[in-house]
Design a protein around this ligand. Structure first.
Ligand SMILES: Cc1cc2nc3c(=O)[nH]c(=O)nc-3n(C[C@H](O)[C@H](O)[C@H](O)COP(=O)(O)OP(=O)(O)OC[C@H]3O[C@@H](n4cnc5c(N)ncnc54)[C@H](O)[C@@H]3O)c2cc1C
Length: 392
């Protein structure tokens, strides 16, 4: 039976994760790179350390390398990791996107093989869903996987692939039947990134760190690496995307930004003769409003985790949570720039940077949170259709 942590136990877990992060996050990871959801060269090393310390996939069954913990416990860990600004790209894709999906539709052999490797920090997954002409419209993807004996031969081009530069494996979506309507003929696979024919090109992003495009040229995947049913990949992928949208790490990151902003306005003066920034009524009101919204996001995130533990369907709730936290992070980043003023633009490494360049880092990373994992417009659509039953 899964044991729900008490308040004291939750506080102890948070404290242990924060201590672990303080000791483990490499000194080389600063400023813009430390955006949690961004890819960066250090997320691989951090992921391995996280696995060795036993923090990965604790809600998975023990036979697959987990601890049989609740989703609530994982939500507490995720929030603490976000608060610590840990480099989380590899963790989020390996656990939330791939690992949790494998539990839903992987074979026994696949679960026994990959989940313990992930839990130990030895296998890192990237997600090869998006393509140049298939982002929101995932069903339009063009990468093909053609069955040839006991293999599939894959050709195509993926883009925006976070962590592909460090990943050991890709959670890949490809078209296996071009003759049926576009949502039908898609299948999901595990691809070993060392397979001949895989080329990764990294490029810098506005938010710091890198993203990648991945070219697949006559890549041969063993047929046993098919995940779930052939040609049912679209429906399976939608469930994976739901899982990706749980967002307690982002709640943690937003909480850190707001805590630092509150400290800053309490210590520093306004340039308009009002005394401290916190004495300016509009500043206080804005911060109060952001705090209220953050509390809503946090409570909602924990409610989703409790519902998942209780076995309740939460598809539209994941979209609500993601939409809300993405918009909240942008509002927080905008308000910080308005309140702090020109000093908010000096980045890590500048003599004028405040808080190691935290504020510009959050500002530059915030637009991505309304895109990665499905844009805000798409989340609104999911809430309207799957959540409220409106026609598609
Ligand atoms: C930081 C970051 C990391 C990412 N990591 C990954 C990853 O690891 N793996 C991966 O596969 N993908 C990844 N993505 C891609 C992400 O999933 C896509 O960017 C997203 O799904 C949007 O697709 P698109 O970029 O092709 O934009 P488009 O789909 O072309 O959308 C462009 C704009 O049109 C709007 N729009 C599109 N369709 C509709 C509609 N039906 N109704 C209303 N508005 C609509 C969108 O909301 C958006 O504002 C990442 C993206 C970012 C920014």
């Amino acid at each position: 039976m899964r044991i729900i942590p008490t308040e004291d136990e939750a506080a102890a877990i948070r404290g242990r994760v924060l201590d672990f992060c303080r000791e483990t996050i490499p000194a080389t990871v600063h400023g813009l790179e430390r955006q949690g959801t961004m890819s960066d060269g250090d997320s691989g090393a951090f992921f391995k350390a996280l696995g060795c310390a036993g923090w990965i996939g604790r809600h998975w069954p023990q036979e697959y390398g987990g601890r049989g913990a609740t989703h609530l416990e994982t939500a507490i860990i995720d929030e603490a990791l976000g608060y610590a600004r840990a480099p989380l790209s590899a963790y989020l894709l390996s656990v939330k996107v791939f690992g949790n999906s494998l539990l839903l539709f992987g074979t026994e052999a696949q679960k026994s093989k990959y989940l313990p490797m992930i839990a130990a920090g030895d296998a890192m997954f990237c997600q090869g869903f998006s393509e140049p002409m298939a982002g929101s419209d995932f069903g339009s993807l063009r990468t093909t996987a053609v069955r040839a004996g006991d293999e599939y031969v894959v050709n195509g081009h993926k883009i925006w692939t976070s962590s592909a530069e460090v990943a050991t494996h890709m959670y890949l979506a490809a078209r296996t039947d071009p003759t049926v309507v576009k949502h039908r003929g898609i299948s999901l696979f595990v691809l070993d990134m060392k397979t001949p024919g895989v080329t990764v090109n990294s490029f810098a992003t506005l938010g710091g760190g890198v993203l990648n495009e991945v070219f697949l040229s006559d890549v041969r995947i063993p047929a046993e690496n098919l995940l779930g049913e052939e040609n049912r990949g679209f429906h399976q992928a939608m469930r994976s995307l739901d899982l990706e949208r749980s967002c307690m790490d982002r709640v943690g990151a937003a909480r850190l930004s707001l805590d630092r902003l509150v400290e800053y306005v309490g210590r520093n003066g306004s340039d308009r003769g009002y005394g401290r920034l916190s004495d300016v009524p509009m500043v206080r009101e804005k911060i109060g409003e952001l705090r209220a919204k953050l509390q809503v996001a946090r409570s909602f995130g924990y409610m989703i985790a409790r519902n998942v533990d209780a076995g309740k369907g939460v598809s539209a709730e994941f979209s609500f949570g993601k939409l809300y936290v993405g918009l909240l992070t942008q509002a927080l980043a905008d308000a910080t720039v308005d309140i702090v003023g020109p000093l908010a633009q000096f980045e890590h490494g500048s003599d004028l940077a405040i808080l190691d360049g935290l504020f510009p880092a959050v500002f530059r990373a915030s637009p991505a949170l309304t895109l990665a994992g499905g844009s805000s417009e798409i989340q609104r659509g999911v809430i309207a259709t799957r959540g409220l039953g409106l026609p598609r």
